[in-house]
Design a protein around this ligand. Structure first.
Ligand code: DX5
Ligand code: ZN
Length: 221
């Protein structure tokens, strides 16, 4: 039985009380903090940088949570040291932004951070074949990156299943994370396909219910 982790994406949080909102999610049982970094180039949106990671780090540490940084930026290698210094536990880069992906993954590990790689919905799993043995996490994007609150792209589930088979075939213990459009309703099929980390933004921080209730809806067996 694989351990399943819930990674609230702070993109949908209320930034006027970010620390308190993240704390509520972690107290309720989430165990990752997913930080979406966007540069307005690789994706159309601009969000946040190392300063927010640094501010959230003590909250995560207090609850034993993993600081999970998803870099949707061009030339991510320029900022790896800054995010490592700010307190990232995992740094995930898009294969679409890294012509020298092996070097980038190596650079992340040399900074003492766990390296992750991620794919846009239309990018083939075959682009991962050579890098899989070197990473601690693979992230499947189940929406086109750039915004929270989009709908889950259905065929992502089959992609997760195929990636699970690839990881098992090489005996990899890497986490299989999925990001975009995940709700309590579709989480079970995503986990059954082989995911171990579920990112959820609007389903944790949005809607009429409290953050604690939203987290509980995911964790309920
Ligand atoms: C999309 C981001 C996601 C997003 C998820 O570019 O990487 O992490 O915030 O949000 P929801 O769960 O609302 O789809
Ligand atoms: Zn993300």
């Amino acid at each position: 039985m694989r351990t399943i982790h819930l990674a609230p994406s702070i993109l949908s949080a209320d930034f006027t009380c970010l620390g308190a909102q993240v704390e509520e999610a972690l107290v309720a049982g989430a165990d990752y903090v997913h930080v979406d970094v966007m540069d307005g180039h690789f994706v159309p949106n601009i969000t946040i940088g190392p300063l927010i990671v640094e501010a959230l780090r003590p909250v995560a540490v207090r609850h034993g949570a993993v600081v999970d940084v998803h870099l949707m930026i061009e030339k991510p290698e320029r900022y790896l040291a800054d995010f490592a210094r700010a307190g990232a536990d995992i740094l995930t880069v898009h294969v679409e932004t890294c012509p020298h992906l092996h070097r980038t993954v190596q650079a992340i590990r040399e900074l003492g951070v766990r390296p992750g790689v991620t794919l846009n919905p239309a990018t083939s799993l075959s682009t991962l074949e050579e890098i899989l043995p070197f990473v601690d996490l693979v992230l499947i994007m189940s929406v086109n990156p750039g915004f929270g609150g989009q709908s889950y792209i259905g065929p992502s589930t089959d992609k997760i299943r195929r990636l699970r088979a690839m990881l098992d075939a090489i005996g990899s213990a890497a986490e299989l994370e999925v990001d975009g459009g995940i709700k309590p309703g579709n989480a079970p099929e995503i986990v059954a396909a082989g995911a171990t980390v579920l990112v959820a933004g609007s389903a944790v921080f949005g809607g009429p219910r409290t953050i604690a209730e939203n987290v509980a809806a995911f964790l309920r067996p």
